[in-house]
Design a protein around this ligand. Structure first.
Ligand code: XMP
Length: 318
């Protein structure tokens, strides 16, 4: 029978054998899969693993610095690259969801390629691909998962893609990845993190993206997610987040008439993201969260809760 400990022992031995003393590059996302892949590789080859963590300017509030610190605390050889301005500049004025996704994919590849050149004599590219990604990428529906490879149609192949590929989690399902992570001693909070899309808040800001909108949504999202944690709801929800709508509506603040933004909160139950049901969050929680958001986040005067299931509504709004 499969056990995480046996998987770790066997995989570490195989990785040592396969990689020897060559250098490996790995892109960390802050998510479970790339983190577990990194720790596994680190156990096998130590400082020859060079991790790159890119801030695309579309992460959750404080996510870049918090997660980078956490990775460093785990002993990983990780370089944080703040490319926020580069992403936001290229996205400026763009409202089309698919174009936004493609732009982010392209800029990510450019940044990653630049960074990988700084690791001299690298021979391998490691990825946190898991079994469902493998199935999705060959399925007719085309998966949403944004692995590095799915972008190799953007013109000449970037140099890092000429590296040999190593994918130690390729045969595992998500729950197995979490168990392997636990057996490696990775923090439970990291292993229990909700999925977060590669394009980040870009696909939760409907319409064009500005630094101001990102800042508003980061505040709203933080209030919602911190609230879920405080109320003991975070682990009961598969994924949660907030959407910034391209709609202003009228409100009153004291004696003043306001005309400000509306946000939608979304929380879903799911096992794999392919289908999802909206979560019946307690009214008291929704009431408190709505009040907190409207009182604390300037520019937002209305909060709605998304009660659509997938299908037909997707989890993300774009
Ligand atoms: P949808 O919105 O298609 O999302 O119901 C299903 C799951 O996939 C995530 N998602 C993405 N992840 N790149 C990613 O890495 C993407 O472009 C992307 N689009 C959606 C979404 O957050 C949910 O978990």
């Amino acid at each position: 029978t499969w056990t995480p400990d046996a998987f770790v022992d066997k995989t570490v031995a195989e990785l040592k054998e396969k990689i020897g003393d060559e250098k490996v590059i790995l892109g960390l996302s802050g998510g479970v899969d790339s983190s577990v892949a990194a720790v596994l590789l680190h156990k096998a080859i130590g400082k020859n693993l060079h991790c790159i963590f890119v801030n695309n300017g579309l992460l959750r509030k404080n996510e870049f610095s918090d997660v980078l610190r956490q990775y460093e605390g785990m002993g990983l050889n990780v370089k944080g690259v703040d490319a926020s301005a580069r992403f936001l500049d290229d996205l400026a004025g763009e409202s089309d969801p698919e174009t936004k996704r493609k732009t982010i994919g392209r800029v990510f590849i450019e940044v990653f390629d630049d960074e990988s050149h700084l690791v001299e004599n690298a021979k391998w590219l490691a990825q946190g691909t898991i079994y469902p990604d493998v199935i999705e990428s060959v399925s007719a529906t085309g998966g949403p998962s944004q692995t590095i490879k799915s972008h190799h149609n953007v013109g000449g192949l970037p140099d890092f893609m000429k590296l040999k590929v190593v994918e130690p989690l390729k045969m595992l399902f998500k729950d197995e990845v979490r168990r392997v992570g636990a057996s490696l001693g990775i923090d439970k909070a990291l292993l229990g993190r909700h999925p977060f899309p590669g394009p980040g808040l870009a696909i939760r800001i409907l319409g064009d993206i500005t630094p101001e909108k990102v800042a508003i949504l980061q505040e709203v999202d933080a209030i919602f997610i911190d609230g879920l944690k405080k109320w003991g709801l975070y682990d009961k929800v598969w994924q949660a987040g907030a959407m910034l709508l391209p709609v202003n509506s009228v409100g009153v603040m004291g004696d003043e008439r306001t005309y400000e933004k509306c946000v939608a909160l979304r929380a879903v139950e799911s096992t794999d993201g392919m289908t999802a049901d909206w979560v019946n969050l307690p009214y008291e929680f929704l009431q408190k969260t709505s009040n907190d958001i409207i009182n604390k986040v300037p520019g937002v005067n209305r909060v709605v809760y998304d009660i659509s299931s997938k299908p037909p509504a997707t989890i993300e709004w774009e």
